[in-house]
Design a protein around this ligand. Structure first.
Ligand code: BG6
Length: 302
C-alpha cells in the first residue's frame, strides 16, 4: 500500500507537484506550474494529461477512461513494452506488454532552471512480470513537463544474453475533429496496414482520416506534424531512437466495441506512436542500453 505522505515528503515539490490517491491503489502526480498543468498515473507511469499554459489539452483522455489497477487507461501516453501489439508466440500474454498496467516506482523529481518539472520512474518487477519477461532489464522513464513535453524510455540489459524488444510511446493526441486532421512526415514510407491483414503498402502524401486507420510505418526516423485545421494548431512530434511510427484511430465500430472510448470519442483523438515495431525491433546487448525519446510541441496557426 502506498504511503501518500511519505511520497509527498520525498518527491513532492511545493506548489508545483503533489501526489494524490484518486482511489484505492491508484495514485497520480498532479503538476501545476506557470508553464503547464499535467497529471501522471503511477500505474504505467502514464501521463494522462498535459495542458501547456494558455492552450487546449494536447493529450487526449477518454471521458470513459477507467482508472483500475491492472487495466490499461484509455488515453494519455501508455508505454508499450517489452513488446508492441500481440506477443510473437504467446496469445495469452497481454497486448502491448505489461509496462502500462503495473505500478512504477518514483526515482526522482526536480524543478529545472527554466521551471520545467522532471520526474524519473522505474518499472516495478515481481513474480508476475518475471513470468512474462524473465530478463534482468531495468526500464526507466524520464518525463519533462513545461511548454513542451518530453519522454525518454531507457531499456538497460543487465542480463548475460541479448534481449529483443519492441516498444511504443502510444500517445493519444486531442484534436478538434479527426476528419479535419492530416499527419505530415510519412510520405513515401512503407507501412503495414493492420486494417488490411498487415499488407505492406507505401504512404502517398499526408495521412488523413475517413475511417479506421491502424498502420505501422517502418524504417522512419523522422518526426511528424499533426495539422489540426479545426483547432487551428499543429502538434510537432520529434523523436530519437525510433524507427517506427504507428498511426491509429479505431473509428466508430471498433470504438463502440472497446467500450471505454467515450461518446464519439474517436472523433476527438488520434494516436501517433513513436517506437520500434515489426522489422524494427531493437536488440540490446548485455551491458548495453537503448533510449527512445520524444518531444511534443504546439504551434498555433495564425
Ligand atoms: C495500436 C494498435 O497501437 O493500439 C491497434 O496498432 C490497437 O491495433 C490499439 O487496437 C489499441 O490497443 P489497446 O490494447 O490499448 O486497445
Amino acid at each position: 500500500m502506498i504511503d501518500i505522505n511519505e511520497i509527498n515528503s520525498r518527491f513532492g515539490l511545493p506548489a508545483k507537484l503533489a501526489f494524490k490517491s484518486i482511489r484505492e491503489d491508484m495514485t497520480v502526480a498532479d503538476i501545476s506550474t506557470g508553464l503547464c498543468t499535467a497529471r501522471i498515473a503511477l500505474q504505467g507511469a502514464q501521463v494522462v494529461d498535459w495542458i501547456p499554459a494558455g492552450e487546449k489539452a494536447v493529450i487526449w483522455l477518454s471521458e470513459d477512461a477507467k482508472f483500475r489497477p491492472g487495466k490499461s487507461i484509455r488515453g494519455g501516453v501508455p508505454i508499450c513494452w517489452p513488446w508492441f501489439g500481440a506477443h510473437d508466440s504467446r496469445k495469452d500474454f497481454p497486448a502491448h506488454g505489461h509496462a502500462r498496467t503495473v505500478p512504477w516506482n518514483i526515482l526522482s523529481s526536480e524543478v529545472l532552471a527554466d521551471d520545467r518539472i522532471r520526474l524519473g520512474f522505474c518499472l516495478q518487477t515481481n513474480e508476475a512480470t518475471h513470468a512474462l519477461w524473465p530478463y534482468n532489464s531495468p526500464l526507466e522513464l524520464h518525463i519533462t513537463l513545461g511548454s513542451t513535453l518530453e519522454l525518454e524510455l531507457i531499456t538497460r540489459n543487465h542480463d548475460n544474453q541479448p534481449i529483443t524488444i519492441s516498444e511504443a510511446l502510444h500517445t493519444y493526441f486531442a484534436v478538434g475533429d479527426v476528419r479535419q486532421v492530416s499527419v505530415t512526415g510519412l510520405d513515401g514510407c512503407d507501412y503495414l496496414d493492420k486494417v488490411d491483414n498487415f499488407a505492406r503498402k507505401t504512404q502517398q502524401g499526408d495521412v488523413t482520416f475517413a475511417g479506421e486507420v491502424d498502420r505501422v510505418y517502418l524504417n522512419t526516423e523522422s518526426g511528424c506534424v499533426i495539422d489540426d485545421a479545426g483547432w487551428q494548431r499543429r502538434i510537432h512530434i520529434n523523436k530519437r531512437g525510433s524507427h517506427s511510427t504507428v498511426v491509429w484511430n479505431p473509428w466508430i465500430d471498433k470504438a463502440l466495441a472497446m467500450g471505454d472510448m467515450g461518446k464519439d470519442g474517436y472523433l476527438d483523438m488520434l494516436c501517433v506512436e513513436s517506437g520500434n515495431a515489426a522489422e524494427n525491433v531493437v536488440i540490446v546487448e548485455p551491458g548495453g542500453e537503448h533510449r527512445l525519446w520524444v518531444e511534443y510541441r504546439i504551434e498555433n496557426r495564425v
